[in-house]
Design a protein around this ligand. Structure first.
Ligand code: AMP
Length: 494
C-alpha cells in the first residue's frame, strides 16, 4: 500500500490545550492527505483520540476539539488510493501495552513491512489494518516491554527500512523521528506555549510560530516539560530527500531541507526554458501545481505569463478518483479555459509532472477546442519512469506513460506541438541539494534502499546518462525484461 500523509506533533506547557493547534496545523497540511484525519492528545493521565474519514473539517467540529483535553498530542492526515481506504487505517493508531498506551502517526512507506509483519504475526500479534503504521506500532510495543521509550525507539529504527517521519506519544511523552535517509520532510518550530513538529513548515507558520529547523535524518527528538532534547541516532553518509516533494507534493510556501519550495519551482521553470527554449505568445500554467514553474519560465523567456485555465478549487485532486473514466470526467470538471486569453495564440503550457498522461491530453484538447493555435507542453519534472516505493502515491509502472514511451511518443499521445521535460541534472541543480542526497527513484528506477526487483545503485549515479537516454529515445527498463538484459543504472541498451 502506498501512502502520502502529513503529520503534526505538539508539546505544550501544562494547561495549554494542544488539540486546537493540531487542528489548525492539519488544515495547513490538508494537501498531503484528504482521505482521513485524526488527533490524539494526552493530559498527563488520560489519552483521547478522535479520527475519521474525510477532510479535516468533516472530521472535527468545535465541540470535539474542546473535548480533546491535553497539552501534548499528535495529528495526521492521510491519503492512500490502493485498497486501504477504510477507517481501520486512520491514524493516529493507538496500542495499549502492559504499562501504558502509545499513539503513533506516520508519513512514509516501509519497504520491509511484509517481513516485519510476518515476524510479528508468528509471535502471535494480531493486526487490524493493512498499514505499515500498525507494524511500526507493534514493533515499538514489543521493544517497550523491556526498554525505556528512547531506547525502544532507537531499536525500532534499526529494524525499519524505507521512509518514515514519525510522531509518537508514549503516554504523555512526545517522541519524533525522521528516517536516516530523510526521505520525507519533518521540521521543528516554536510557538508561544511550546513546540510543534510538522511535515511542512507552512503548518508552523499558520500557528504564528517560528520555524527552527528541519529535523535531521536519523534524528530523534524527545519533548517533555516545555523543552526538547535531540538524540542523533543514525548518521548516514548520504541522504535521500524526495525530489517529488519539491516537484509537486509540498506547498510552495514550505521550506524543506533548507530550500523554499517556491524558489525551487521558480528555478525549475527557468531551467526548463534554458533546456527547451521556444517562442510563443503566452506562458500559461496548469493550475495550481504548474504556476510557480510557469512564472519562472516566463521570467527567463520574456514571454508573457497569462492564465489560460481556471481551476475549480472545490474539487479534490483528480488523481484520487478510481478508474480511468472517472478521472477523465474529473479533469473536465476541474478545469475550464479563459477563451480570449487562448484564442489564436501559441501557448507554452507548464505543468509540474506527467504521470499517466491523461491530464495533459485532456487539457491540451480543451485548449485547442478553445481556439489555441499551438500548445507547447513544458514539464517541471523529468519523465517519471518508475514507481515510488517510499511514500508518494504515483502509479504502477504499467500506468506510467514515460515508462513505455519516449518523449516523442508522449508528445504524440498528449497531442502537443512540442514537449520538453526538465532534465534530471537540471532538476537537481534547481533544487540546490547535491544529487547524492536526493531520492530520484521515480526518475531513474534506481532507489536508495533495496527493493525486490529494482535497482539499488543510487550513489554516484550519472544523471546525464539518464537524461541522454531520454533524449535519444532509448526505452527505459520496462517490465518483462530479463535481468541479463538490464544494464546498470536502469537503462536498457537496445
Ligand atoms: P496524469 O498524467 O493524468 O496521471 O496526471 C498528472 C497530473 O497529476 C499533474 O498535473 C500533477 O499535478 C498531478 N499529480 C502528479 N503526481 C500526483 C500525485 N502523486 N498525486 C496526485 N496528483 C498528482
Amino acid at each position: 500500500m502506498h501512502e502520502e500523509c502529513g503529520v503534526v506533533g505538539v508539546s505544550f506547557k501544562k494547561e495549554s490545550p494542544a488539540a486546537l493547534s493540531i487542528y489548525y496545523a492539519l488544515y495547513a497540511l490538508q494537501h498531503r492527505g484528504q482521505e482521513s484525519a485524526g488527533i490524539t492528545v494526552h493530559d498527563g493521565t488520560q489519552v483521547r483520540t478522535l479520527k475519521g474519514m474525510g477532510l479535516v473539517p468533516d472530521v472535527f467540529n468545535r465541540d470535539d476539539i474542546q473535548k480533546l483535553k491535553g497539552h501534548v498530542g499528535i495529528g495526521h492526515v492521510r491519503y492512500s488510493t490502493t485498497g486501504g481506504s477504510k477507517i481501520e487505517n486512520c491514524q493516529p493508531l493507538l496500542v495499549s501495552f502492559r504499562s501504558g498506551t502509545i499513539a503513533i502517526a506516520h508519513n512514509g512507506n516501509l519497504v520491509n513491512s511484509k517481513e516485519l509483519r510476518a515476524e510479528l504475526e508468528k509471535e502471535g500479534r494480531i493486526f487490524h489494518s493493512d498499514s505499515d503504521t500498525e507494524v511500526i506500532a507493534h514493533l515499538l510495543v514489543k521493544k517497550l516491554m523491556y526498554s525505556e521509550p528512547q531506547e525502544a525507539v532507537r531499536e525500532l529504527m534499526r529494524r525499519l527500512i524505507g521512509s518514515y517521519s514519525l510522531v509518537i506519544l508514549v503516554d504523555n511523552e512526545l517522541v519524533v523521528v525522521r528516517d536516516p535517509l530523510g526521505v520525507k520532510p519533518l521540521c521543528l518550530g516554536e510557538i508561544d506555549n511550546g513546540f510543534v513538529v510538522a511535515s511542512e513548515s507552512a503548518a508552523i507558520d499558520i500557528l504564528g510560530g517560528k520555524f527552527i529547523r528541519d529535523i535531521a535524518p536519523g534524528e530523534m527528538l524527545v519533548f517533555s516539560n516545555g523543552a526538547y532534547e535531540s538524540k542523533p541516532i543514525v548518521k548516514s553518509k548520504n541522504y535521500a530527500h524526495c525530489v517529488f516533494e519539491y516537484i509537486y507534493f509540498a506547498r510552495p510556501d514550505s521550506i524543506i531541507d533548507g530550500e523554499l519550495v517556491y524558489n525551487v519551482r521558480m528555478r525549475i521553470g527557468k531551467t526548463l526554458f534554458e533546456e527547451h527554449p521556444i517562442s510563443a505568445d503566452i506562458v500559461s500554467p496548469v493550475p495550481d501545481s504548474g504556476i510557480t514553474s510557469a512564472i519562472g519560465f516566463s521570467k527567463k523567456s520574456g514571454i508573457d505569463y497569462m492564465e489560460g485555465l481556471m481551476k475549480n478549487r472545490y474539487i479534490g485532486r483528480t488523481f484520487i478518483m478510481p478508474g480511468q473514466d472517472m478521472r477523465e470526467t474529473a479533469v473536465r470538471l476541474k478545469l475550464n479555459t479563459i477563451k480570449p486569453n487562448i484564442e489564436g495564440k501559441s501557448i507554452v503550457l507548464v505543468d509540474d509532472s506527467i504521470v499517466r498522461g491523461t491530464t495533459s491530453r485532456r487539457i491540451i484538447d480543451l485548449m485547442r477546442r478553445s481556439g489555441a493555435k499551438e500548445v507547447h507542453m513544458r514539464v517541471a519534472s523529468p519523465p517519471i519512469i518508475s514507481p515510488c516505493y517510499l511514500g508518494i502515491d504515483m502509479a504502477t509502472r504499467e500506468e506510467l506513460v514515460a515508462a513505455h514511451k519516449a518523449v516523442k511518443g508522449v508528445e504524440a499521445l498528449i497531442n502537443a506541438d512540442s514537449l520538453g521535460y526538465v532534465s534530471i541534472e537540471g532538476l537537481v541543480r534547481s533544487i540546490g541539494i547535491p544529487a547524492d542526497d536526493l531520492c530520484v527513484g521515480c526518475l531513474t528506477g534506481s532507489y536508495p534502499v533495496e527493493i525486490p526487483g529494482e535497482q539499488c545503485a543510487r550513489r554516484q549515479l550519472k544523471l546525464s546518462e539518464f537524461d541522454d537516454a531520454r533524449k535519444e529515445h532509448i526505452p527505459l527498463r520496462s517490465s518483462g525484461l530479463e535481468d541479463s538484459e538490464k544494464v546498470t543504472l536502469g537503462i536498457t541498451e537496445n
